[in-house]
Design a protein around this ligand. Structure first.
Ligand SMILES: *Cc1c(COP(=O)(O)O)cnc(C)c1O
Length: 394
């Protein structure tokens, strides 16, 4: 069962994610200091990259950002209902049927095409209100945003509009976290060209924002008025291939506990498909979590976990609710021992980047893939509190 996010379980689970709110604050302050005088627009989409949408939004709001950014209307609505009052930008595409909800929850919408301007005018006019708009330009990502050659027409329409307030013009990088700067420099130049619209007409320039985590690390000339970091606020570098110009540390530890330890004789296979068979007598232990919790099945026979401060291999297929680990023939590993899937135990650390490499993906997918079945527990922050599974990630 994937837990219903609206239903709070009253029991604890050995498998959980622990989030260090003080480390999140430290990461926020490190990025903020690095980009000043640009201000922060922290990205908390996808359950704050698995760290818990509402908890993290509350924390970052208390840090004094220019606003918060999410992907979808629904995420913004959840934040408003949780009492978040700072500006919220919804970065995803605009489904025009949702415009009244954007207005109701006072969420800034991303406008990527002139077709959206009419419906915004109509809805905001009917409701007697003003729509907050961030125009988005596609400077080379090839996703959301108006193509540069259409930007003038879109900006003209938005500035003519009576019920849309053009608060910002932004864009997004495709390769800012790669060592080769060529495309990023191109995108910055294209963006500068588009926003020269305002200077050329003697109009006040709205807020400009462009930089994601990769650009914060590598491209200070992309900071403009606000930066939009996501991943790095959670203490994770997008890749190991670029310089670590800002000091951040992971805030998330993914833990479980050994629930069974047993002898596994030579020649006796482990798990579905019998993909692993020891050629020696050994011991295996069972860890009560699996792909239903977001531990990818691709990690079968590939990942390692920490038990008693040492690395141990995941053996056999990862199941929905369990996976097995070879503890070794003479092991001191016992039922009840802590298992660290991501995080530090003793002198050893497994990072989200390392798990991502084993699963042939990126740390973003590993973190956002931790499902709502895994309780999030919070440490630190203004007050100590352990929600023990009562707050699901979204
Ligand atoms: C997700 C996202 C970000 C944040 O990217 P990171 O690489 O996590 O820093 C910024 N801008 C947009 C438009 C996004 O979709």
């Amino acid at each position: 069962m994937i837990l219903d996010p609206t239903v709070a379980p009253r029991v604890s689970r050995p498998t959980h994610v622990e989030i260090d709110l003080d480390q999140l604050t430290a990461n926020y302050r490190a990025v903020e200091a690095a980009v000043a005088p640009a201000r922060m627009l922290p990205v908390v989409k996808a359950g704050a990259y698995g760290h818990g949408l509402v908890e993290v939004a509350r924390l970052f709001e208390s840090c004094g950002p220019a606003g918060l950014a999410v992907a979808f209307l629904e995420e913004g609505a959840v934040l408003r209902e949780a009492g978040i009052v700072c500006p919220i930008l919804v970065m995803g595409g605009l489904d025009t049927s949702q415009i009244p909800d954007f207005l109701h929850f006072n969420l800034a919408m991303t406008v990527s095409s002139i077709q959206a301007v009419g419906p915004i005018e109509e809805a905001a006019g009917r409701l007697g209100t003003v729509a907050r708009v961030h125009a988005k330009v596609d400077t080379g990502m090839g996703r959301m945003g108006v193509r540069p050659e259409g930007a003038t027409e879109l900006l003209d329409a938005l500035l003519r509009s009576r019920h849309a307030e053009l608060e910002a013009v932004y864009s997004h990088f495709a390769t800012a976290d790669e060592p080769d700067p060529a495309q990023t420099l191109d995108q910055i130049a294209t963006y500068r060209g588009v926003v020269s619209y305002f200077g050329e007409r003697d109009l006040p320039t709205p807020t400009l924002h462009l930089a994601n985590s990769g650009a914060v690390l590598q491209h200070p000339d992309s900071y403009f008025h606000l930066v939009r970091p996501g991943l790095m606020l959670y203490g994770v570098y997008p890749t190991d291939a670029i310089p670590r110009t800002v000091g951040i540390r992971p805030a998330l530890t993914w833990r479980s506990r050994v629930v069974l330890s047993k002898r596994q004789p030579a020649g006796s296979p482990v798990s579905y498909g019998a993909t692993w068979t020891p050629d020696h007598d050994t011991r295996i232990v069972v860890v009560p979590m699996g792909y239903g919790d977001g531990f990818p099945r691709l990690l079968s026979n590939r990942a390692e976990v920490l038990i008693r401060g040492r690395r141990h291999p995941v053996v056999g297929r990862v199941c929905m609710d369990q996976f097995m680990v070879e503890a070794g023939p003479e092991t001191d590993v016992r039922v009840g021992d802590d298992v660290v899937i991501i995080g530090t135990q003793g002198e050893e650390t497994i990072t989200a980047n390392e798990v991502a490499a084993w699963a042939r993906t990126i740390p973003y997918e590993v973190l956002t893939g931790i499902t709502s079945r895994v309780p999030r527990r919070y440490r630190g922050g203004a007050e100590q509190h352990d929600l023990g599974g009562k707050t699901p990630p979204e």
